[in-house]
Design a protein around this ligand. Structure first.
Ligand SMILES: C[S@@+](CC[C@H](N)C(=O)[O-])C[C@H]1O[C@@H](n2cnc3c(N)ncnc32)[C@H](O)[C@@H]1O
Length: 388
């Protein structure tokens, strides 16, 4: 399980007495401001706090230039539930001119973006606040959002993803572990990299060489094998990270992200910051599996993406029914399902897919989790069984 830095209270500039200099006169106090924020480090579900010590760095940056204005060291200690941040005092004249952002990252991470990869994904994912600004009458606090600045691969800085998510614990409007793993997996498939799977065993870590390849998916994602754009639909896209990630990595794909209406605003924000391949496009359309339209899809689909959507057993029959309908009009379509098993009831998904006439190839990759353990994310590449 990867852990995510979150804002419990997003940053803002505010005026208070300088604790280091309490005898300061009132006019003097009015000339200085502080930055205050409150953070925690939790799993994607927000149900568990990181139980390891981590040294963190908070950096106040100018929003437009991302120039660092000041930094402070913080410590997250195993067992804690929040860390408060107080930086300053700063002169009002100094802060008033620019919008600010607050970037929080583990001290050990020296690069501005978190690099994804089987070996490189960090245990703690950094985050950058929304902009905030000092104003004497009405200071503007940051919105309750956090931006994940990710690099899809170490070797190519152009393959970057800026994904906003909510700081709270909504199901839909944030990133789930299977989504991070999907980006890593799709990049491995597209680049044809053969990978090592790392398994933990008692006292130490063993490395085995293995391949995560799924040949029919590799074939589909080979740029040269296509004369027309790759048509992709993502179900339950959340913030849109997987579909946007695919169109960032792959030329010539047309991705349609779908989810409930509540994600539209954050998806649009993420599309505004996307660095898609020039010949690829990403759009959004609402699609509720419980109330799908009668004309579900007007054109053939090549690939359907589903990441971390099997956690709720109650919604599985409608999810599988939508998949069945999509594949009836596009019998050649592949369905890539990424999941982290959270409870046994998710097993119903596999029974429903079998009954709906799907056959799967299966592989997995591992993400880091605390105490130097690894956590498995499973991938199932389904296709309609031709005998059905
Ligand atoms: C755990 S989130 C995963 C989000 C994203 N795929 C990811 O991996 O980061 C599950 C997603 O399924 C969506 N979802 C749940 N029920 C749905 C329904 N009936 N119709 C459409 N989407 C639904 C939620 O809104 C949410 O975005």
């Amino acid at each position: 399980m990867v852990y995510y830095i979150r804002f419990l209270k997003p940053p803002k500039f505010h005026q208070e007495k300088d604790k280091k200099n309490p005898k300061q006169s009132r006019p003097q106090q009015k000339k200085t401001v502080f930055i205050a924020a409150l953070i925690c480090i939790t799993t994607d579900l927000g149900d568990d706090f990181l139980a390891e010590d981590v040294d963190l760095v908070a950096t106040w940056e100018q929003r437009s230039s991302r120039q660092s204005m000041d930094q402070c060291a913080l410590k997250w200690q195993a067992g804690c539930r929040q860390v408060s941040i107080s930086m300053g005092p700063y002169s009002v004249d100094h802060v008033a001119q620019h919008e600010a952002v607050l970037h929080i990252r583990p001290q050990a991470i020296q690069v501005p973006q978190d690099v994804l990869g089987i070996e490189s994904t960090p245990l703690v994912i950094s985050g950058c606040s929304a902009p905030f600004q000092w104003h004497a009458q009405s200071p503007k606090p940051a919105e309750k959002l956090i931006k994940r600045e990710l690099r899809i691969t170490d070797s190519d800085p152009a393959l970057s993803l800026n994904i906003w998510e909510e700081t709270g614990n909504s199901i839909a409007r944030h990133i789930w572990d299977a989504a991070l793993a999907s980006i890593i997996f799709l990049n491995e498939i597209i680049t044809g990299a053969s990978t090592s799977t790392v398994t933990s065993s008692g006292s130490g870590t063993e490395t085995e060489t293995g391949s995560i390849s799924i040949p029919i998916l590799s074939q589909l994602l080979k740029p040269l094998s296509r004369s027309k754009p790759l048509q992709v639909v993502e179900l339950g896209a959340g913030c849109g990270i997987v579909g946007i990630g695919l169109a960032t990595m792959l030329d010539g794909c047309k991705v349609l992200l779908t989810d409930l209406p509540e994600v539209e605003e954050i998806v649009m924000r993420n599309l505004d910051e996307a660095h898609l391949k020039p010949s690829s496009t990403v759009d959004f359309q609402t699609l509720d599996w419980d109330a799908p339209p009668s004309n579900l899809c007007s054109q053939p689909i090549d690939l359907i993406l589903v990441s971390d959507c099997t956690y709720n057993a109650d919604s599985l029959p409608s999810l599988v029914s939508v998949l069945g309908r999509l594949v009836r009009t596009s019998p050649e379509a592949l369905v890539l399902v990424a999941l982290k098993r959270r409870h046994e009831s998710e097993g119903v998904f596999f029974d429903l897919m079998r009954s709906a006439g799907f056959k799967a190839q299966h592989t997995s990759i591992e993400l880091p989790t605390q105490h130097e353990q690894r956590d498995e994310i499973e991938f199932y590449c389904y296709r309609a069984d031709e005998r059905e």
